[in-house]
Design a binder for this molecule. Structure first.
Ligand code: AP5
Ligand code: MG
Length: 213
């Protein structure tokens, strides 16, 4: 199954994509994770995108589609879940064409809906484990009690100013992607509020509804 998880920053795309990947044996393709890995490794791509990510600006479409094309080529015929891509209408159009040429279109898009005020709380209290990639929330999904909190990362774009800017960018440039993709891909909108397990149950039900569970 080939899926795309769509939604605003902090909607829980990464959290639910990891759960889907684990439950269904999918490869998790997060463009944000790919850019952050490039930044950590100080590759030319990483150097180019460091300030864009910290400010909450989008990486240009040609760069982003290029890295997705490379990663899809590595994935080959394995099933995958996209997280954070596509997030502009040109990226959506590129993806539909690219997957059609490979005769491997998306089976479904799951759109997670969470109001902006909850997003600010989710992102300002998020911490990630750089060793495992695990995504925590200090209140809603706390790390194990014996974790040294100093080893966890507070993302550079999870500062108040960058969060607000990411939300603006989402509403202007990314929200229209849903309508653009809906014309090509079975789409289910689900309520992304509630506990992590409640959202996961809704995602599973949504997949069953489109015949992919
Ligand atoms: P990216 O890494 O994709 O960031 P994002 O879309 O802003 O989304 P987040 O990762 O912040 O949130 P999420 O939806 O994954 O939520 P999570 O599960 O972590 O992109 C970062 C940057 O890279 C972009 O700003 C841009 O610069 C660049 N970029 C990436 N893709 C690009 C593209 N296609 N084109 C151009 N540029 C691109 O959850 C958030 C928090 O909430 C966590 O603490 C989690 O524990 C908690 N949480 C999760 N679910 C729940 C729940 N149900 N209840 C309570 N808390 C919850
Ligand atoms: Mg994420």
């Amino acid at each position: 199954m080939r899926l795309a998880l769509f939604g605003p920053p902090g909607a829980g795309k990464g959290t639910q994509a990891k759960r889907l990947a684990h439950a269904h044996g999918l490869t998790h393709l997060s463009t944000g994770d790919l850019f952050r890995a490039a930044i950590r490794q100080k590759t030319p791509l990483g150097v180019r995108v460091t300030e864009l990510l910290a400010a909450g600006e989008l990486v240009p479409d040609d760069v982003t589609c290029g890295i997705v094309a490379d990663t899809l080529a590595e994935i080959g015929t394995r099933d995958f879940v996209l997280d954070g891509f596509p997030r502009t209408v040109p990226q959506a159009e590129w993806l539909v064409k690219h997957l059609a040429e490979a005769e491997a279109p998306l089976d479904a898009m799951i759109s997670l809906e969470v109001p902006d005020d909850q997003i600010v709380h989710r992102l300002s209290r998020r911490r990630t484990d750089p060793a495992t990639g695990e995504i925590y929330h200090l209140d809603f999904n706390p790390p194990p009690a014996d974790t040294d909190l100093a080893t966890l990362v507070h993302r550079s774009d999870d500062q108040p100013e960058a969060i607000q800017h990411r939300l603006e960018v989402y509403h202007e440039e990314t929200a229209p992607v849903e309508a653009a993709l809906r014309a090509h891909v079975p789409t289910v909108e689900i309520d992304g509020t509630g506990t992590l397990d409640e959202v996961q149950a809704r995602v599973d039900a949504a997949l069953a509804a489109v015949g992919e569970a």
